[in-house]
Design a protein around this ligand. Structure first.
Ligand code: 2P0
Length: 334
């Protein structure tokens, strides 16, 4: 697996010159999928079964600074929000494993300083912005000057959703069909939609029992309902793309909500069943349906966890904030 990924990275970088600097730095936004990525066709190259579409969260995300230290070492020194992480922590191990895909730096020791400004309590501190920022900081340090398409393909090796976090705004990750992964990359879509809002409805920040990676692999392997997912996701993606182009919140909201709940349906039909909802998640879903039936234009999406993200427009911001006290409102376009 490591060799396959390393070879892929080498092909992407190609003959880009190395103009090594002392350090590199980059920021990448977190993102929320409106049409979800769920299921892999290749685990080594991290290739998805279906294309997905997301919205990046503007100034909320990860800033990563890299330095090459004079000494040699097998493992990097990794700081998360100022705290040195143990080499044995899963966080440091994932970064070490990713950096080891690039043998051109030899045994030089990396210092990695990564800061998340996403409140971890909101359940949003995902690997997406983390791997996107890491790849972009590496590109800065090495002076490769790779374009965004190539950066998204490298970020994909770290985490699928990271491929979308190298861009702002609405982003599509094309699943591609080539076994070598050469046509699986993300690209930015359309113009900004400044009135678009996301609300984070925090239910719980307890660590989940089954992570996304294991959850999607289990769903693909055991869920009968998963068979219909690729077709549904492809249809939803088309509708969502058109709704964004037409600034049609109703179509976008309905389709994104149904897409998220369909993904959860495939998980519920897995064995053992994957139930990411907490009792309060269900309570809030009912509440969203109720306020919507009373005329408030608000929709939801949920990832592989209990927290809910609300989708709405600026014109309803005050009403949504009043209906959901404590809601964290995000302006993806600043
Ligand atoms: C998404 N999720 O599209 C979907 C919806 C969770 C639910 O992408 O194995 O951390 O690293 O490729 O990207 C989370 O999965 O998984 C995810 P890997 P990743 O946002």
């Amino acid at each position: 697996m490591h060799d396959i990924q390393s070879q892929f990275a080498k092909n992407i970088i190609g003959h880009a010159p190395i103009q090594l600097k002392e350090g590199g730095v980059a920021f990448a936004p977190s993102n929320i999928a409106l049409c979800k990525y769920w299921g892999k066709r290749d685990t080594a190259l991290n290739l998805p079964i279906n294309s997905s579409l997301s919205i990046s969260l503007g100034s909320l995300g990860t800033r990563t600074e890299l330095r090459l230290l004079p000494e040699t070492s097998d493992s990097p020194s990794v700081y998360l929000n100022g705290q040195l992480q143990s080499h044995d922590s899963s966080f440091a191990k994932r970064i070490a494993s990713f950096l080891s895909l690039f043998p051109q730096f030899g045994k030089r020791c990396f210092e990695v300083r990564t800061e998340n400004n996403i409140p971890t309590a909101a359940g949003l501190a995902s690997s997406a912005s983390g791997f996107a920022a890491l790849v972009m900081a590496l590109d800065d340090l090495a002076g490769w000057g790779l374009d965004k398409k190539k950066l998204s393909m490298l970020a994909r090796l770290g985490s699928g959703s990271a491929s979308r976090s190298v861009y702002d705004g609405f982003v599509q990750w094309h699943a591609g069909s080539n076994p070598d992964g050469s046509d699986s990359f993300a690209e930015a879509l359309s113009k900004p939609w400044p009135e678009f809002r996301i609300g984070i409805l925090k239910i719980s920040d307890a660590p989940k029992k089954v992570g996304s990676r294991d959850g999607m692999n289990r769903t693909v392997a055991t869920s009968e309902l998963y068979k219909s997912w690729p077709q549904q996701a492809a249809a939803d993606l088309k509708v969502i793309r058109a709704a964004i182009a037409e600034r049609d919140i109703q179509t976008l909201g309905k389709t994104a909500e149904r897409n998220a709940l369909s993904m959860h349906a495939t998980m519920l039909a897995a064995w053992p069943p994957l139930i990411y909802f907490q009792p309060e998640t269900i309570e809030q879903i009912h509440k969203i349906q109720r306020v919507r039936s009373e005329g408030l234009e608000v929709y939801l999406t949920i990832d592989a966890g209990p927290n809910i993200k609300l989708l709405f427009l600026e014109e309803n911001e005050a009403a949504v904030a009043a209906a959901f006290p404590g809601l964290q409102i995000i302006l993806p376009f600043g």
